[in-house]
Design a protein around this ligand. Structure first.
Ligand SMILES: [Zn+2]
Length: 75
């Protein structure tokens, strides 16, 4: 069910850091209450169940962990 969502910035950028450990962020989490968190893949996985339990919106970065600079590669 999709309520009217305003397109908030819900993607990680290369400047975002994991809120848990400070590593490069790979996953953006928008909380249903309006909060916004960024996690590395490790912590996103670790907190995923809890986040899904509160209906957070989880958006994984398309960037590869080790090839974050390589954005030009087509699928
Ligand atoms: Zn982390």
């Amino acid at each position: 069910m999709n309520a009217t969502l305003t397109e908030a910035p819900n993607k990680v950028t290369e400047f975002d850091r994991c809120d848990a450990c400070g590593a490069k962020a790979q996953v953006a989490v928008t909380l249903s209450g309006g909060g916004f968190l960024t996690f590395c893949r490790h912590h996103a996985r670790k907190h995923r169940e809890a986040l899904e339990a509160v209906e957070a919106r989880i958006v994984e970065s398309e960037l590869e962990e080790d090839q974050a600079d390589e954005v030009a590669s087509p699928r």
